[in-house]
Design a protein around this ligand. Structure first.
Ligand code: SAH
Ligand code: SF4
Ligand code: F3S
Length: 448
């Protein structure tokens, strides 16, 4: 690598889950603190951070095509950093395969990015995939800017080791961030403009800590404390594992107004044999019973889930059990994926890998059912009046876009010339439903 001038502008591109997006925001803040400015839209940046995801093969391969597109023949501009979960999993391979990459930095080491940039300026390539627990949070700059809906990582890593999943390897062991740090970061986010905070973790319901009085608390206790922050209107959390949902969290959904009526609780499969092979530690039946208890606490709860089709050995009859669980739950929203074998995970070498065309067919049938239920949920919402948190301008002049309490996208027409709705909670009546969004009309009073 040749020595080069220090970068003046940056761009961070995030490809993964919400925690990956959160990391991308924190890296951007770190670079800004060093005097590197975000590259203006449409302009090339001096430094590009590819913040990657390793969860499925397609996501992981993307990084190499992106590097190819960015790399210049003379090897000068832009300086390329690969961050995120692919960096963690394939650090050495990236260094070997992609000479244009100056820096490779894992999800627990990105607080050291500024020092790596200094080395890159001198022409040295650097890789850092250490996993020092919790330390990045101790040294990252304070939050100064926030969108109306903000993310806050409260827990890192995962100890569940589902047999298909790379996350325990790419993000390391489960660690809960201390309560005091979270309360402080949440307050800063609200001062910086956040009205809604989504608490993040790969296994967020296992968060544990001690409150300011030294009492042991779990996620429900944390939500209860954060709900006292003035100016914070909404709290969400994601993603939970069915094994760690306790009574206190269920009760919290019925008691804390700021906790939004939405629960993302992945089930992955409706077949107990497949769930066991996935090492999921719940059954279809125990999952359904758990949801019943949440619904009893909060009857209007919108449910969301994740599904994998074509896990090794999955038969047609087992797949149909997944369709049955979909019918039984009636999801408001869901994410579904074809199984992707990941290097180093137990499932990748299991017998009975399912053929691609069978997976395609199952995914299509599953998604048809999920889309049907999502539209039905949206149609059932018509006639409700609720608050919408305005997150951005809509496509057309005077139009605004935001989220309902049930995490639906809602658009509405503001008053002509009204330029001040961003971050507002606006009362709307939901008047028309589509598969992916609803139309609202501004109203004075709301019932939810
Ligand atoms: N910790 C969360 C989210 C994990 S990643 C949870 O346990 O729910 C998000 C989703 O990606 C998973 O829920 C799963 O549905 C999917 N996924 C993970 N690994 C996968 C793989 N190897 N192939 C296909 N989908 C996968
Ligand atoms: Fe992956 Fe399972 Fe952990 Fe979720 S709970 S991150 S699917 S290992
Ligand atoms: Fe992807 Fe890593 Fe998130 S693998 S899903 S970016 S934890």
């Amino acid at each position: 690598m040749k020595a080069t001038t220090p970068p003046k502008t940056y761009r961070v591109k995030s490809f993964g889950c919400q925690m990956n997006v959160y990391d991308g925001e924190r890296m951007a803040e770190l670079l800004a603190e060093r005097g590197i400015a975000p590259a203006p839209d449409g302009e090339e940046a001096d430094l590009v951070v590819l913040n990657t995801c390793h969860i499925r093969e397609k996501a992981a391969e993307k990084v190499y095509s992106d590097i190819g597109r960015l790399a210049k023949a003379d090897g000068t501009k832009p300086m390329i950093a690969v961050a995120g979960c692919v960096a963690q999993a394939e650090g050495e391979e990236i260094v070997a395969r992609a000479p244009a990459v100056s820096m490779v930095v894992g999800p627990q080491a990105y607080h050291r990015l500024p020092a790596m940039i200094d080395r890159a300026v001198m022409g040295e390539r650097a890789t850092d995939t250490d996993m020092p627990p919790n330390t990045k949070f101790d040294v990252l700059p304070r939050r100064r800017k926030s969108a109306p809906a903000a993310f806050l990582t409260i827990q890192e890593g995962c100890d569940k080791f589902c047999t298909y999943c790379v996350v325990p390897y790419t993000r390391g062991a489960e660690i809960s961030r201390p309560f005091a740090d979270l309360a402080e970061e949440a307050r800063k986010l609200v001062e910086a403009g956040a009205r809604e905070i989504t608490l993040l973790g790969q296994n967020v319901s296992a968060w544990s800590g001690e409150d300011d009085k030294g009492h042991a608390i779990g996620l429900a206790g944390l939500v209860r404390h954060l709900a006292r922050i003035d100016g914070l209107a909404r709290i969400r959390y994601t993603t939970s594992h069915p094994a760690d949902m306790d009574d206190a969290l269920i009760a919290a959904h019925g008691e804390i107004d700021k906790l939004m009526p939405y629960l993302h609780l992945p089930v992955q499969s409706g077949s107990d044999r497949v769930l066991k092979a996935m090492n999921r530690s719940h059954t279809a039946e125990s999952y359904l019973r758990l949801l019943e208890r949440f619904r009893a606490a909060r009857p209007d709860l919108a449910l969301s889930g994740d599904f994998i089709v074509g896990f090794p050995g999955e038969t047609e009859a087992e797949f149909e059990e997944t369709l049955r669980i979909v019918d039984a739950v009636g999801y408001a929203q869901a994410f579904s994926f074809k199984y992707s074998p990941r290097p180093g995970t137990p499932a990748a070498t299991m017998e009975g890998q399912v053929a691609r065309d069978v997976m395609d067919d199952r995914l299509q049938r599953l998604q048809a059912a999920l889309n049907r239920d999502q539209l039905a949920f949206n149609e059932r919402s018509v006639g409700r009046t609720c608050e919408v948190l305005v997150e951005r301008k809509g496509k057309h002049e005077g139009q605004w876009l935001g989220k309902s309490p049930w995490l639906q996208s809602v658009w509405f027409d503001g008053a002509p010339g009204d330029d001040t709705r961003l971050g507002d909670l606006v009362g709307v009546e939901l008047v028309q439903a589509g598969p992916n969004s609803l139309r609202g009309m501004v109203r004075e009073t709301v019932d939810a």
